[in-house]
Design a protein. Structure first.
Length: 133
């Protein structure tokens, strides 16, 4: 995703803020940090240091993703050929927020893994749509 994020940074031709792609890049970096240093312990228990750090870094990463999607919408809404993606980004913000809230609600419960996989699947769809652009 690092190379993908750099491509996104320079691939959107036109005027506009680089904030969205930069935040997307930071979020990707945080995801790597979580995967390497703070993988979730078996059963999803948040009682250990690793479990607590997993939650903290994932929440920060999620905030960066939401703000990134908003800035990507602002950057691409006036660029010909990117308008469809801009609308997709705008619609994605409430979907991501709902999925994040559901992850919080079901955190530590028996459906936590299912809800998190649905949320991650939506991010994968978002990345796929960007790649089509």
């Amino acid at each position: 995703l690092f190379i993908f994020s750099f491509g996104l940074l320079w691939g959107i031709v036109g005027d506009g803020s680089i904030v969205g792609p930069i935040l997307f890049l930071i979020s990707t970096f945080l995801g790597v940090i979580v995967a390497i240093f703070f993988p979730l312990v078996e059963g999803g228990k948040m009682k250990t240091f690793r479990g607590k750090m997993h939650l903290i870094v994932i929440v920060i990463s999620g905030i960066f993703v939401i703000v990134s999607v908003i800035f990507l919408w602002l950057r691409t809404k006036a660029i010909a050929g990117w308008i469809g993606f801009a609308w997709f980004s705008l619609v994605s913000v409430p979907i991501i927020l709902v999925l994040m809230v559901l992850s919080g609600i079901f955190g530590g419960g028996p459906y936590m893994g299912l809800v998190e996989r649905i949320m991650v699947s939506y991010f994968q769809i978002y990345y796929f749509v960007i790649s089509l652009m």
